[in-house]
Design a protein around this ligand. Structure first.
Ligand code: DGJ
Length: 699
């Protein structure tokens, strides 16, 4: 049974984990346990309560399942609200507990004020994931202002943990940061109106864990707006972790009867290091969160002409590229930025979503027909949330962009952000995307967002109501993408935000893939891809080949190395195909054929991060699905003439015999040999790489 309880103690069990909390003698919701499975409920009775002390009260000493500012709580708390008379603490009692199948709801009410907080839990037993979210309802007649509401609180006993998150920026997403938590608070936050590149709305907490060993506690938020992750090493020998909407510029006014629902957080525990965490999250994301229509379908190999033509998009040059893209085996041809309005550069025309007649004298359908005739689907780029000052849209509706009175309006990448709290703006966005998809045979949309949200103003005089703007903005974004997807359920949507600014579970609900970074340097990508893969699934990780010789300042790596790197995710090609020799095109074509053969394994298989080039000189990534395995190995720099590296595989059946295709030969090796002894891989100098494929041939 997923949820066991005796009215006081609640034990939430998944296949491999347990999560326990109770209503303690003081009526507090006390967190008791998170870890390996323990199914005996009585084990959690008679657990000593922390003592009380004037300066260090029990509410702070207790690992609480939910906490509210006030009442002599000085730690980071899940909620802060304000009643009409100025009282700002919430003194709760557990008013009700409800269990229905895999769902548990705990209702908290205040001892005096008419407010109801509900804590919701859903146990995904087979997936080893627990979903948490909470809501606050005003049950009275006077307004209540919410000033903070995290989605989930987690307590982990002990001290000296490390938290993994990211310290990235544009073209440097997923730069891993690992911080020791020995005292005080560590905060990861976005105030940019999206998850953005700097940090991620997730947490990974551990003590000396490795890929295969150690306890790892993790969670990821389903939200595409401002977020905050706070990890507080308390003096009371436990870690207090909170994740949810950022409270930095947040407020929500609850009028009589109104409810605010915080976004969900999905959390899990691994007793076998980061590897098991990634397997759990990857499989859960695809099985439970990804939009159903395309969730189980492998992504097509795409060609995107952005780097080939930048803003010089013309029907003719696109048709020419399409011929070449089809010849190398790509299945989806994508026209990026530059096809609409007077878009000659990034200074103008965002918002003018009509086909540029000079660039496409016979309309877009001529190109689409050509692409379809070549056997490929057609895709296109849009950036719906933005507008340029130099656009018909802004000239007509200057008030549609966020701006503060008495302030000069600020531009980012020469553009402004549309006010997504306005109905007319949302309708405009829904209509233009719907029209684009209805009038053309478009199979894929790349949805971009190239600047952070700012100057978020709302009409009115109530400062609390104004601070609702960030959440309302995110809700507006969801309204648009939801409406469009409902109307066009078979169209594939990619979430791009100037690279990886929208890699999070809120976007996953509506998108079929992410563009994780504009950085396509092969070596940087190995790092970005490894760190991305901790939480987020491989299918969602679009990875492109871009001609390494295009930018001479950049590292020159062989095409095969680059291609292998891109084949570690959902493959795309972004080269100027006119700049490649026939030999290079043939080589790409051959590798595209290999990729199509292995893509189910890469996109849906279990990922094993075997070696990391910073520690092991080589990077090795393995994917296992049913009876097949693929392994990518990369040598960065040859050292001391060392040609051979031993790579130990993982996740195989030790008794099975595998046919190993390596260096043009077929070897027969047992799973036990491959995992314990390893295979010897020969490298041919700097930046050499291999794709090695294995299949079970005998049980
Ligand atoms: C930023 C994206 O990340 C790029 O791939 C490209 O689509 C440009 N925007 C186009 O403006």
């Amino acid at each position: 049974m997923a949820i066991i309880n005796n009215g006081k103690t609640f034990l939430l069990n998944t296949a491999d984990t347990s999560y326990a909390f109770c209503i303690n003698p003081q009526g507090l919701l006390r967190h008791l346990y998170w870890g390996r499975r323990i199914v005996h409920l009585q084990d959690f009775e008679d657990i000593r309560e922390p003592g009380d002390n004037g300066y260090y009260p029990r509410v702070d000493r207790t690992m609480e399942e939910f906490s509210s500012f006030g009442m002599m709580r000085y730690k980071e708390t899940a909620m802060k609200l304000r009643f009409a008379d100025g009282v700002r603490d919430f003194r709760y009692q557990v008013a009700d507990t409800q269990i229905q199948d895999d769902m548990l709801t705990i209702t908290l009410t205040d001892e005096h004020y008419p407010v109801k907080v509900e804590l919701h839990y859903q146990v995904f037993e087979a997936d080893n994931i627990i979903k948490k979210w909470c809501s606050v309802q005003n049950m009275g007649s006077e307004k209540i202002v919410l000033e903070r509401l995290y989605s989930g609180v987690y307590g982990i006993p002990g001290n000296g943990y490390e938290i993994i998150n990211y310290n990235g920026q544009w073209a440097a997403e997923f730069k891993r940061s690992s911080e020791s938590l020995n005292g005080g608070k560590k905060v990861f936050e976005s105030l940019r109106g999206s998850a953005a590149h700097v940090a991620n709305p997730s947490f990974i907490v551990h003590k000396n864990a490795s890929e295969d060993n150690g306890d790892v506690y993790y969670g990821a938020l389903e939200y595409s707006g401002n977020f905050k992750v706070t990890a507080e090493a308390t003096p009371y020998d436990y870690l207090n972790i909170l994740i949810g909407i950022s409270d930095t510029d947040f407020a929500w006014v609850l009028e009589s009867g109104e409810t605010f629902i915080a976004p969900a957080v999905y959390s899990g525990y691994s007793d076998a290091g980061f590897g098991k965490m990634s397997h759990t999250m990857h499989e859960f994301a695809i099985n439970q969160l990804a939009p159903k229509v395309l969730a189980k379908k492998p992504l097509p190999v795409l060609y995107n002409s952005w780097y080939a033509t930048i803003f010089d998009v013309q029907s003719k040059n696109q048709m020419n590229l399409a011929d070449k893209a089809a010849a190398i085996g790509t299945e989806l041809f994508v026209v990026d930025d530059g096809w609409f309005g007077e878009r000659q550069d990034d200074f103008r025309a965002l918002g003018d979503w009509y086909v540029n007649e000079e660039k496409f004298p016979n309309g877009l359908n001529e190109l689409i027909g050509h692409v379809n005739h070549l056997g490929m689907d057609f895709g296109i780029w849009i950036e719906p949330e933005m507008v340029n000052k130099d656009s018909d849209l802004f000239r007509k509706h200057p008030d549609w962009a966020y701006q503060f009175p008495n302030r000069e309006i600020l531009e980012g990448r020469n553009q402004l952000v549309l006010n997504l709290t306005r109905e007319d703006v949302l309708q405009f966005m829904i209509d233009f995307i719907d029209r684009l998809l209805s009038d053309h045979n478009i199979a894929y949309i790349k949805w971009d967002m190239n600047r952070a949200v700012g100057e978020t103003s709302l009409d009115g005089e109530d400062i609390d109501e104004m601070k609702e703007v960030w959440v309302k903005h995110t809700q507006g974004f969801y309204r648009v993408i939801d409406a469009v997807r409902k109307k066009h359920p078979n169209v594939e949507f990619e979430a791009c935000a100037s690279g990886g600014g929208r890699v999070e579970l809120g976007a996953m609900r509506y998108f079929d893939e992410y563009w994780p970074s504009d950085n396509v340097d092969a070596l940087d990508r190995l790092e970005i891809q490894e760190n991305y893969s901790l939480i987020y699934p491989i299918k969602y990780m679009r990875a492109w080949l871009i001609d390494p010789s295009e930018d001479k300042r950049k590292r020159q790596v062989p095409l095969e190395f680059h291609m292998h790197c891109a084949m570690c995710g959902s493959l795309g090609i972004g080269n100027d195909l006119n700049g490649l020799s026939q030999d290079q095109l043939d080589q790409i074509k051959e590798l595209v054929v290999s990729y199509k053969d292995i893509r189910e394994i890469v996109q849906f298989g279990r990922l094993y991060r075997l070696c990391n080039y910073k520690k092991d000189d080589i990077q090795a990534v393995q994917y296992v699905k049913e009876n097949r395995t693929v392994l990518f190995v990369f040598l960065i720099h040859m050292k001391y003439d060392k040609e051979y590296y031993q790579v130990k595989l993982k996740g195989l059946h030790k008794e099975c015999i595998y046919d190993v295709e390596i260096h043009g030969k077929h070897l027969k090796k047992s799973g036990a040999y491959l995992m314990n002894h390893g295979i010897e891989v020969k490298f041919a100098g700097d930046y050499s790489s291999h794709l090695i494929s294995l299949v079970e041939c005998q049980a």
